[in-house]
Design a protein. Sequence first.
Length: 583
Amino acid sequence: MALAISTPQTDSAPAEALVNLLELSTDLLATAGPDGYLGELSPSWEATLGWTKAELTAKPYLELVHPDDRERTAQVASNIGVPGYEVAALENRCRHRDGSWRCLRWSARSDGKTWYAVGRDVTERKGLELRAIHDPLTRLPNRALLLDRLGHALDRMARTAGSVAVLFIDLDRFKSVNDTRGHETGDALLAAAARRLEDTVRTGDTVARLGGDEFVVITEAADGDSRAGALADRIVEVFTQPLTAGEEHVIVGASVGVVATGPNEGLTPERLLREADTAMYRAKAAGRGRSELFDDRMREEVADRLQLARELHRALPRGELRLVYQPMVSLSDGQVVACEALLRWHHPERGVVPPAAFVPLAEQNGLILPIGEWVLEQASRQGAEWRRAGRDLTVSVNISPTQLAQADFADRVDAILRRVGLPAQCLCLELVEATVARQPARIGETLRELRSRGVRIALDDFGKGATSLAHFRALPLDVVKIDRTFISGLRDGKVSRAIVAALVSLADGLGITVVAEGVEGEDQAAELRGLGCGLVQGFWLGHPVEAAGLELDGFNAQVRPGLGDPFVIREFMRQIGIPARIQ
């Protein structure tokens, strides 16, 4: 807001009015001469900055201004000799008497000899603005500010024919530290990683945090690929050294994806981030602790993924999504006691698209909510049909983090169960550890609410990645599904056997059912039965098929061709001492 103060007149009345205005105003009112010294000041100066009028007028105003803001302020001040020159919103930081900095916003006008200015203290508002565009934990720019700076960098590149490089950094073992040493150590580790990145890049480069353990660096240079590649290698190297997190010293390592580009039509900040992210995942797949430069082959992969994402929008309304079911069998008597619903996409041109290729896309573009709700309703409807046919089965459905984060998710589940007529205890919702890690408090509350209504809760892929046994205590679990890596390890020796035995014993003591995933041989099943594992699931007992291909009769399971060879399964049951209830 500009406020012009008229030049004092020679008679006493206008001069007295000016003095009264200075005395009464809560704004910072001031005059200043061509020598850069302040003249008349309102009393609000002392209230805002702590200095007396004598102290403020004893030295040039620029000495109060933050060094980073002096050049811009001096440029404006140099226009004092231009009568009628106005500035509407100059911001600078001025030193308070206590040593802190206050952010002031100025409007001013020159009569050719004197500046007449009005200012306001906007420190608190600027603080709110800065917090809106900075990550509160690391104080680095967040995604919004990163995209803004990357956009400006691309504009400069277009004007100067320079280059811009984006480095996407992901900490390799952060999740393990976060799970095993707690979120307080994890937060300290992220803050330490942010400082290390700032110390590694050049002045003028941007370091930002996207979220989680993902960081981005923007650098501008004339040497393009070579500069970006050297910086990426240096980042990988510095993260081989321990980070200090509180009293702990932790090595996590880093994988870096790099995209470097010169003037090029069609480049956008979002596209560069996507490409750098793709290169980072290639670095992860190649063994971690390394960097990868985005190339044309990756660009084709990105283009294909974007096309797949567009086609996914049409998959649900066109009826291309289908559910298949895989049985869970009791090792005590061979009964099929539950079936897990698994999603498949039957693309009209690509054929069957595996879930690993399209579920992450659905998570990214928000389609996981309508797709997830459709899966939940279809699986529950199938469960209700089985019950009406006299088949006492539990239907198990995988739930995404985005679904669980919905405030009304428990009510949505209730509505579906009422609509299809399935008792709550016949539905089991499966989630993975990473889901809980995103919003542990909210998701834990949602899970407890679901369980209080009768819905069963399962922790899937237990042991995959960094597992915390604290989940047994913190989550309202009915079922734990041991990851297939432990089951395949039963063939190799004592370690996997001891781990599975300990998990089965712990779960049994807590009243939690254990399901062994990925059972592919009779030797594994026999071992699991000896260890006291109750339920098994895997290709040895049945491949996932659509409901029409899975025929059940009472407590017996009749397996059609394609689900497994009935003779092989009967022989398997005989060898491990279970009555042949599968026919």
